[in-house]
Design a protein around this ligand. Sequence first.
Ligand code: HEC
Length: 227
Amino acid sequence: MSFQKFTLGLVAAFGLPWLLLIAVPFGTTRNIDAPEFDEDKDGRTGLYETASRTGRVANGSEVYGANGCYVCHTQVIRPTNAGNDLWRDAWAGQKNDDTKNGPRESNAFDYKGELIAHIGLTRNGPDLSNVGYRLEQAAAAAGVSPEDYVYQRLLTPRAILDNYDSTCPSQPQLFRPANAFGQTTEAYLDAEGNKLVPGKSAKALANYLLKLKKDDFIPDSINYSRD
Ligand code: HEC
C-alpha cells in the first residue's frame, strides 16, 4: 500500500466521522435560538418558557435517581412510529386540559433543571412523565390530599386500593419514626403498623412526583405530535 493510499484511508476512517458526528452537529447547534411561539400556528407570541424545575423539585429529582426509580419507570413519551405512548392519554398527557395542547411527545426541554434526565431503563412500571395528574386523580378518588396519597404510596404501595399485587418497592428509608409522645398530625402507617413521618427526601420526592406534568403547551416548531 502506498503512503498516499494509507493517508487517504486514515482521513476516510477518522476524518469523515469527526466531520459528521462532531464538527457538523456542533456548528449547527452552537447558536440555536430559543423556541418561540408563532402567532399563526400557536395563537400566541413570545418565548417558550419551560416549566420551572428548581428548588425542591430539583432535589426530588435527585432522590428519584438515588433510589433507583428510573430502573423501572421511564419518563419519555415516544413518537407513534416508535411505540403507542401517544394513544395512552394518561401517559402522554391530558386531553382537553387548560393547555389545549393535547398529549405530546417528550422533548429535551422536559428535563431542563434536572441534574440527570430520567428517561429510564425499563418500562417495568408505568411511564411517569405525567403521573402528577394521575396521583391527583387517585388522591381525589381516595378522598385524601395529593401529598398524603403519595406518602402512603411510597410507604405501602400494595395497601393502595386495588393494588395488592404491586411490585413497586416500598421506600421506608425516606421516612423516620414518629414521635411516640405528643401530637403527630402527619404520621403514616407502614405494613407492620409503625407510625412514620416523611423525611426531607420523601417531601422532595413527593413534590417532584406531583409536579410531573410534562404536557405543557409548546411551540408548533418543536411539537412533533401536533396531529
Ligand atoms: C422494581 C421496579 C420498580 C421500582 C424500582 C420502582 N417502581 Fe414504581 N411502580 C412499579 C410498578 C410495577 C408499578 C405499577 C403498579 C403500581 O401501581 O404500584 C409502579 C407504580 C408506581 C407509581 C404509580 C404510577 C401510576 O401510573 O399511577 C408511582 C407514582 C411510582 N411507581 C413511583 C415510584 C418511585 C418514586 C420509585 C422510586 C423510589 C419507584 N416507583 C420505583 C415498579 C417499580
